[in-house]
Design a protein around this ligand. Structure first.
Ligand SMILES: [Zn+2]
Length: 397
């Protein structure tokens, strides 16, 4: 019964739907036919008949998009009320199992690529390219100061130029895709303060130089104004949070925001959350949130490159897959409907170094496809109504 030629041809899958957003454009196109050849997109056409031998999947009224890309997640954090404590209580094998669960939750939500900006002991690297999980862009443990922010992940470096160069080289040797450095403290780590810088600017500059020497981009966790100014001066490629957090509020620094935009430093806006009954964010965040959002709005107005990095995993309001809630918040910051979708597809792909194969529905790109029930330009909320997901050509259950 088995005819090898037919077997070969039936690997093609033709997905039909009512509409398509290609990840790079500004509008939906009608009657798409996306043909997947194993892990790669073979063709994207409209109003044509599927190839005769392709297996046809008709998704009816759905809209097809490229798989979404979250530029800031922590697969090692389980999105519980005590994500740090749970991580510390787990063996590496248990952490790997939890990370795989987190990855599957991401893919089920339509997030087919994640940039993990802080694991423990380089565990995220072991999960790269595992079937059923998202494509993982891995930073390993963030480079931090002794007892600094997220030191428990294992990335402490001596806070000297030689010390951070050594830490970056270790990350290079382990095979990371990006270097994450903690330029300021963070709320998750008792004993650190978000408003305080963790490294001198010369030390940050040495870390960036060492990473760039090895061809790796650097993104800095930067809350406090000094840390933002220093990271900018050090030549980082991206910054996470960029909240301008001060001891008693939020700073407004037009000069720094203009410089971030001018130097094309990517702003990883910490957006995306789901309400959890009975849980309210800490007062320190609630009171600062309007001013923090105001700064992000201004950064966008000034033309800074923008992506959404959710910090998925750190708390119950940030479950894995929470990126689907980010485009609505990006629109609140002034991004247009298509611009908000590009920020979580083609623009995010570029930031992850994957602009040549992720973030677009186009021939030759990875077969990462998400189908949603409705028009995501008219209502970004439909991104949470996932009909079907393909990750590198494999349909996700
Ligand atoms: Zn983070």
């Amino acid at each position: 019964m088995t005819n090898p030629t037919v077997t070969e041809r039936t690997r093609l899958t033709a997905i039909r739907a009512a509409w398509l957003f290609d990840g790079a454009g500004s509008r939906l196109v009608a009657d798409p036919v996306v043909v997947l050849d194993g892990p790669v997109i073979r063709s994207v056409d409209t109003g044509v008949a599927p190839p005769p031998d392709a297996r046809v999947v008709d998704l009816g009224a759905a809209t097809l998009l490229p798989g979404l890309i979250d530029t800031h997640v922590h697969l090692a954090f389980d999105a519980s009320i005590d994500a740090v404590g749970n991580l510390q209580a787990r063996t590496d094998d248990e952490v790997l199992a939890a990370m795989a669960d987190a990855g599957r939750a991401q893919v089920r939500a339509g997030v087919t690529t994640v940039r993990d900006l802080g694991d423990r002991g380089y565990l995220s690297l072991e999960l790269r390219d595992r079937p059923g999980l998202p494509t993982i862009v891995a930073a390993g443990p963030p480079v931090t100061s002794p007892l600094g922010h997220c030191h428990f992940l294992g990335g402490e470096a001596e806070p000297t130029e030689a010390g951070v160069r050594r830490a970056v080289r270790e990350h290079v040797d382990r095979g990371v895709d990006v270097v994450k450095i903690m330029a300021s403290g963070g709320t998750m780590t008792p004993g650190t303060l978000q408003e305080l810088a963790q490294f001198d600017v010369a030390v940050l500059r040495a870390a960036v130089d060492e990473a760039h020497r090895h061809g790796l981009p650097v993104t800095a966790h930067a809350h406090g104004t000094q840390a933002i100014a220093d990271a900018l001066a050090a030549g980082v490629d991206g910054m996470e949070h960029v909240s301008f957090w001060s001891a008693d509020g939020v700073d407004v620094r037009e000069d720094l925001m203009a410089a971030i935009a001018e130097r094309r430093v990517t702003v990883g806006a910490t957006l995306g959350m789901v309400p959890v009954p009975g849980l309210t964010p800490p007062e320190a965040i609630v009171s600062r949130l309007p001013a923090m959002m105001g700064n992000l709005r201004r950064l966008h107005e000034l033309g800074a490159p923008f992506v959404a990095g959710t910090d998925a995993g750190i708390a119950p309001v940030k479950p894995h897959g929470v990126l689907t809630t980010a485009p609505a918040m990006l629109r609140d910051l002034g991004l247009g409907p298509a611009e908000a979708l590009r920020a979580v597809t083609s623009v995010a792909a570029g930031v992850c170094g994957l602009g040549h194969r992720k973030g677009r529905l186009a021939p030759g790109f990875d077969a990462d496809v998400v189908a949603v029930d409705g028009d995501p330009l008219a209502d970004p909320g439909v991104l949470r109504r996932v009909v079907s997901v393909y990750a590198r050509g494999v349909k996700v259950a």
